[in-house]
Ligand binder design. Structure first.
Ligand SMILES: C[S@@+](CC[C@H](N)C(=O)[O-])C[C@H]1O[C@@H](n2cnc3c(N)ncnc32)[C@H](O)[C@@H]1O
Length: 163
């Protein structure tokens, strides 16, 4: 019963906007996200609930990578709601002493040039022009960041992100 309830809740965003099905499928097929379908549906649901309740405010994503989850967020929100998308769009900054050993191990892999990207692809952080590629990914989904009030903000997020 719990599983059925979970599935019913999980599919709620598609009942509200069936076009999200193809977006989620394409974002995953093109290997633009680490997230599975259910996690992407959770994002859609959270945004739809904000919109339904007419809650004001901006959305923020810290860590865009190739733009997969950002595209899903952008397509779930109203055009007017700002979406601030932060990433270095390049080499990830080193972890600090506050990060766990998993982050240090992953960083060592990335820094050594041994990292593998999403489902076996080249690691996106090694791309010379990742921000350009992310803009192209948005365009492939028919999203013009300006018209959709999405800001792609390049730079390292520190303890007190200030953009
Ligand atoms: C796991 S990926 C994001 C995945 C993506 N949201 C998706 O749909 O799968 C994490 C991203 O966060 C970025 N990142 C990590 N630490 C950062 C920092 N301190 N400042 C800016 N970007 C950072 C990395 O460069 C990487 O692109």
């Amino acid at each position: 019963m719990r599983v059925l309830t979970r599935i019913a809740y999980g599919l709620r965003p598609l009942a509200r906007d069936p076009s999200l099905y193809n977006i989620i499928r394409a974002v995953r097929d093109r290997k633009l996200t680490y997230l599975d379908r259910w996690a992407l549906l959770d994002l859609c649901d959270a945004v739809q609930q904000l919109e339904r309740k007419r809650l004001a405010g901006a959305l923020v994503e810290a860590g865009v990578a190739l733009g997969g989850s950002a595209i899903v967020l952008a397509r779930s929100k109203t055009l007017a709601r700002p979406l601030h998308l932060y990433d270095v769009f390049g080499m990830i900054p080193p972890p600090s002493e506050h990060d766990g050993s998993d982050a240090h191990i992953r960083y060592a892999e990335i820094a050594d040039g041994r990292a593998v990207g999403i489902r076996g692809d080249r690691y996106y952080g090694y791309e010379d022009e990742l921000l350009k590629k992310v803009r192209k990914n948005f365009a492939r989904f028919g999203i013009d960041p300006e018209k959709s009030t999405c800001a792609l903000l390049a730079g390292a997020i520190r303890g007190n992100a200030s953009h």
